[in-house]
Design a protein around this ligand. Structure first.
Ligand code: PMP
Length: 353
């Protein structure tokens, strides 16, 4: 006889990471292609010499540096084991069985998993025809059981952002007791544009006590393997997150690497300009081949290929390029180095025929 495990877990899928095989061009996980800066690598090595000691449980130095960067108080900031851990903590501090978590679909695939693991109920609101969050429909989906609404901005996997004016209107309309999480894992790749789509969640969260912003060092800061993310919001939420967090969640090497990366912020953010230029090049080429491509403000593009999605991703894998297919909705392609993007475009050109 085996141990008794919660039977409801049988129906919950495990998080599926991007695929990999030796020699593959990996455009499946929204990672940065460049390694850490030499200054960051030096800090990693230095911190490695001290791993016989437990890390600072509160990541005090990192929290202080982030607070000063974002012009908030340290009480407004928490560091977590990647922003995905913070997503889970958010659901843990707000939800019990039967409570509801509203999010767009498709969106970050961890949302339904962490919701169901908490015994809560996912409420998925379809993206609109342009693959953008339908904030009116999300507002209408809020019931008296709703505890959290995730707004993934830019959205993974569609890459789209919600207009600032629409988001402000939404935040003003959501009941004050419902927590709105602005998941900004791809914030650093979003650019101001004439339509005013650009949004800085931290600015929107000022004075709105039910808004929490999540960001990460995994993408633009290139530390996906070290697992550091952070939350910015009202001290009451930050304190509650700390209660459910696993002790010492952010290890000492990660804390030092994040601090050193923050110190080299300008150099790291300059890399995002090159990525954005590549994103536009790839998107325009795909449009030229006849593809419908969602507008992206992230480090990937999304092709809504419908029932061709699986075959497209399989064909791409056979050509040595790993992408991510989302059922019969579409495929997501991470923007890599120019030669990797070229390899993908070559494949896409033939697959478009
Ligand atoms: N949010 C979104 C929207 C993501 O796409 C990801 C990574 N795939 C995360 C959060 C989690 O990132 P991390 O845990 O590496 O900070």
């Amino acid at each position: 006889m085996t141990a008794r495990i919660r039977t409801d877990l049988d129906a919950i899928p495990a998080y599926v990471p991007g695929r990999n095989f030796p020699g593959a061009i990996k455009l499946a996980s929204n990672e940065t292609t460049q390694g850490p800066l030499p200054s960051v690598q030096a800090k990693i090595l230095e911190a490695a010499a001290g791993v016989n000691r437990y890390p600072d449980i509160l990541a005090t130095e990192l929290v202080a540096a982030l607070a000063s960067e974002l012009k908030v108080a340290p009480e407004n900031v928490a560091a977590g084991n990647g922003s995905v851990a913070l997503c889970q903590e958010v659901v843990q501090i707000t939800c019990g069985p039967g409570d509801e978590v509203v999010f767009a679909w498709r969106s970050f695939e961890a949302y339904p998993i962490i919701t169901r693991v908490a015994g809560a109920t996912p409420v998925q609101v379809p993206l609109d025809a342009n693959h953008v969050h339908d904030l009116d429909a999300m507002l209408a989906a809020i019931t008296d059981r709703t505890r959290v609404v995730f707004v993934c901005n830019p959205n993974n996997p569609s890459g789209t952002v919600v207009r600032r004016s629409k988001l402000e209107h939404f935040l003003d309309a959501v009941p004050a007791h419902v927590l709105v999480v602005l998941d900004e894992a791809y914030f650093e790749y979003a650019r101001e544009n004439p339509e005013g789509d650009y949004t800085d969640g931290v600015e929107l969260a000022r004075g709105r006590r039910n808004v929490l912003v999540l960001r990460t060092f995994s993408k633009a800061y290139g530390l996906a393997g070290l697992r550091v993310g952070y939350a910015v919001g009202d001290p009451s939420i930050i304190t509650a997150l700390g209660k459910v967090r696993i002790a010492f969640a952010v290890n000492s090497i990660a804390q030092q690497a994040a601090l050193a990366s923050l110190a080299s912020k300008d150099e790291l953010l300059a890399r995002t300009d090159a990525l954005v230029a590549e994103r536009e090049r790839v998107r325009n080429a795909l449009i030229g081949y006849g593809y419908d491509v969602a507008h992206s403000d992230a480090n990937f593009v999304f092709l809504p290929l419908g029932d061709r999605s699986g075959a497209f991703a399989e064909g791409s894998a056979e050509a040595g390029i790993l992408l991510r297919a989302y059922g019969n909705d579409g495929v997501r392609i991470t923007i890599g180095d120019p030669h990797e993007n070229d390899a993908f475009l070559n494949y896409a050109a033939t697959a478009a025929l």
